[in-house]
Design a protein around this ligand. Structure first.
Ligand code: FAD
Ligand code: EPU
Length: 339
């Protein structure tokens, strides 16, 4: 039976640990709960926010609407020769799914180990890390269309995946709720070891023929060394995207700062390391009131305790201004700002 609570604190539902309230809050355990919820017209017309693990959100204000927390569970797999299909409910914890696959020897997700959050949110920004993006293992997802009350399957080619992008963040924003994701994995490990830090960590540990599990462990270790653990220091991972700029602007930046950290971007243009740009503006490890940037990774804004969403947001605006003033490059926030 669907339950709607009133005035619920979201402090434990966002990894920034921001103390914001939801006017209404409900948990979805089955697809039928969504059908039931939206049969009632009142919820269709209120502002609503779908919530997974809350690890990519900054609450700048209380949410004066309905928060829909996804809790649909279940993981299943089917093996056909060396191909594996895995299906997982939107409310499964992403890293638990990765661990399930790594333990069974299903290859493809190991580089995405230890990313916080839920399975249902993974297509929203096409999560990515260490040379792999969700789109590399994604087959399709099932989603509830709020306007019609019907379920639709989105194949990979319909999702518009790009660097931290999908149709669910752009033209279809707010229209669908993902209930299940289906993945294509393999029993033949075709490991992606191209990311420099992975190579170094494997060498350091004298691993010359790594297994899926080795890669998962190495990635997890690298992540722990760089990123703050949200259970002790509130944060939402990278606060900004790495900016992708054109040749002209790159030439200007490079002529003044030849050491600028850059990579060719997948869809053309040049990607700059936002963490480097921010560090060059002397923000790395800086504490500003209850907030600041992380000492090991300037791209991560943190809550040192008791920060408000506005405080973090104001700091992010100051960082955008100083990077723009120094480099002429405009940073874009990656975290979802809830106002
Ligand atoms: P939430 O924060 O709850 O929601 C994110 C967005 O998705 C919101 O717009 C929400 O409305 C929407 N949404 C959530 N669930 C659904 C659903 N079922 N249907 C429709 N819309 C939905 N991200 C990376 O890509 N790579 C990283 O390496 C990475 N590292 C991180 C490290 C740390 C320490 C932290 C805290 C975050 C990191 N992130 C990273 C960001 C975060 O883990 C991902 O964005 C993750 O997918 C968010 O999942 P979530 O369930 O917490 O989503
Ligand atoms: N760098 C600095 N100073 C810093 C941080 C980074 O100079 O404070 C430079 C270094 O040269 C470093 C380079 O930037 O080599 C890249 O840094 P890192 O490997 O930490 O990766 P990133 O580009 O900062 C991106 C993702 C992360 C993902 C890692 C690993 C974005 C916005 N962020 O970070 O994703 O885990 O690569 O693939 O693309 C997230 O989205 O929340 C997230 C953590």
């Amino acid at each position: 039976m669907l339950q709607i609570q009133e005035n619920v604190s979201l402090k434990n539902f966002n990894t920034f640990g921001i103390d914001a309230n939801a006017r209404y809050f409900t948990e979805i355990n089955h697809e039928d709960d969504l059908v039931e919820l939206f049969l009632d017209e009142q919820w269709k017309h209120l502002p609503r926010l779908v919530l997974g693990g809350g690890s990519n959100m900054l609450f700048v204000a209380d949410f004066d609407g309905l928060v829909i927390r996804m809790n649909i569970r279940g993981i299943e797999h089917r093996i056909n020769h060396d191909h594996v299909t895995v299906e997982a409910g939107a409310g499964e914890v992403w890293n638990e799914l990765v661990t399930y696959c790594v333990n069974y020897g299903f290859a493809g997700m190991e580089n995405l180990s230890l990313i916080p959050g839920s399975v249902g949110a993974s297509p929203i920004q096409n999560i990515g890390a260490y040379g792999v993006e969700l789109k590399d293992v994604f087959h399709s997802c099932r989603a509830f269309e709020i306007a019609t009350g019907e379920f639709k399957t989105f194949l990979k080619e319909e999702c518009g995946f790009g660097y931290r992008e999908s149709v669910f963040k752009s033209e279809l924003k707010g229209q669908y709720i993902i209930t299940q994701v289906k993945f294509d994995l393999s029993l033949n490990a075709n490991l992606n070891l191209g990311y420099g830090a992975i190579q170094q960590e494997l060498e350091k540990n004298n691993i010359s023929s790594p297994t899926i599990k080795d890669v998962s462990e190495v990635v997890s270790r690298i992540r722990v060394s760089k990123l703050p653990d949200p259970s002790t220091i509130g944060n939402a991972g990278s606060f900004f995207k790495n900016p992708v700029i054109g040749e002209e602007l790159f030439k200007q930046v490079h002529s003044q700062f030849p050491e600028v950290v850059n990579y060719p971007a997948a869809d053309g243009g040049i990607k700059l390391a936002a963490g480097w740009l921010i560090e060059q503006c002397d923000w790395k490890g800086k504490v500003v009131g209850n907030t600041g940037t992380w000492k090991n990774q300037a791209l991560v804004l943190v809550n040192h305790g008791g920060a408000t969403g506005s405080e973090v947001y104001t700091l992010s605006s100051q960082i955008i201004d100083s990077v723009y003033t120094k480099f002429g490059v405009m940073l874009e926030r990656e975290v979802n700002i809830i106002k």
